[in-house]
Design a binder for this molecule. Sequence first.
Ligand code: ADP
Length: 486
Amino acid sequence: MKIAFVSSEVYPYAKTGGLADVSGALPKELAKLGHEVKVFMPKYYPVSEYEYNLHYDNYIGEMKIHIGGISHNTHVFHGYMPDSTVDIYFIHNPHYFHRQQIYTDNWDEDERFILFQKAVIESIQRMGWSPDLIHCNDWQTSLIPLLIKDNYNWDKLFEKTATLLTIHNIGYQGRFSQETLSKTEINGKYFYPNGPIEMEGDVNFLKAGIHFADKINTVSPTYANELLTPEYGAGLDNSLWQRKGDFSGILNGVDYSIWNPEIDKHIPNHYSINDLSGKSENKKFLLKHFNIKYNPNVPLIGIISRMVVQKGFDIIAEVLNELMGLEAQWIILGSGESKYENMFNVLVYKYPDKIGVYIGYNNKLSHLIEAGADIFLMPSHYEPCGLNQIYSLKYGTVPVVRKTGGLADTVQDWNEYNSYGQDIGNGFSFYEYSGKALLQSVNRAINDFHNKLIWPKIQYNGMIKDYSWHHSAEEYNLLYKRTFRK
Ligand code: ADP
């Protein structure tokens, strides 16, 4: 099939979270399955033509993209995704995409992604390439199904084009005031109370995608079920209910050419399921980096996360003193809400021999933490898929998670599964969203860390799991076929 894969972030070019990892890996796997894939993303300021060998696409040339009747000159750069022959196209418009961050709270955030989506469609037109399927990801791309069904339906190129929308996180919907409607140039007939693109008087991009895409999926089976409930649906549960027959969950894969302790290029000591000695060396290295004394009998707990409520920082805060009272060491990497950043900065002053904190984004350190920590904590309030717990499993770093979304689909609680007589537990989990439940699970993990018979078994159960993209890509392959047939 001919597939256009559209995403606002793609690793290694631009990343704020898991969406980039997915967009960097899935298209390459799809190409291996025989699909012709073309990836589209914005050309943000740091995306270097020199570093990635990108070339101005003369064939596409200069496009005049309309936003509310005003035209904006836009170009395209072309390249190939790393270690592959998959085409990637970068929508180039410095006015909109050369900003400090990938996502902003600037007044024209809506315009940035209206331009992106229209420019993707018009690039495809200029190529004269008729995709069988356009795979949209999150709100930044979710007007495309409506745009090609309506605004661009005069073009026979899209006559047979199917659309799939993947929801990576329902917490971000692309909600803007009613004025945005005229900027999109979408027909006003779609905007009415509780209609396909309206929410409480606002325009809602994600809602439009849910309504008009031929199929919709999200990034784990459990999250798909959760999204149909008011608790997790963030106001879109009814819209999803209406599309229930077309809605499913496919667990993300991970890229083991990047996240594998046997070959990880960011860690000083490689190790494998057969010999974990390199892991202790990495722990020493990591602790030294933070000036904390190494002690093989004290477990090191790692956190790598956006510091927002979604990731469970409010329940960590609830029991912070109790956590610091445990016989454990901590390395924390992340950035986000300043109250959580400050909370950890204060802890470093209070407990310098116990906790190391890096506020910011640091890819190398994220690999080092996975390789050096004994336990990984991820107490998310909700988690569409979650990647770090899957990396942790591969690195023999036992995850402690809240049982939600993709965390519930990948982490089996050691005690719970053992009570069924199965020796398959690979981590620890808790259901109730509270500091108390979190603390209990961390305590269970620390106790078992000291049990030299049990702990290697838990690590082993995680390390043998295979969450490579290969499986997930096969599932997308089937979903594409179903979407196209529809
Ligand atoms: P989300 O997409 O909700 O942020 P995921 O677990 O799906 O969460 O993916 C997060 C990705 O971003 C992982 O690859 C993780 O290692 C990375 N990451 C998150 N915060 C940081 C950080 N501060 N520094 C480096 N990598 C980070």
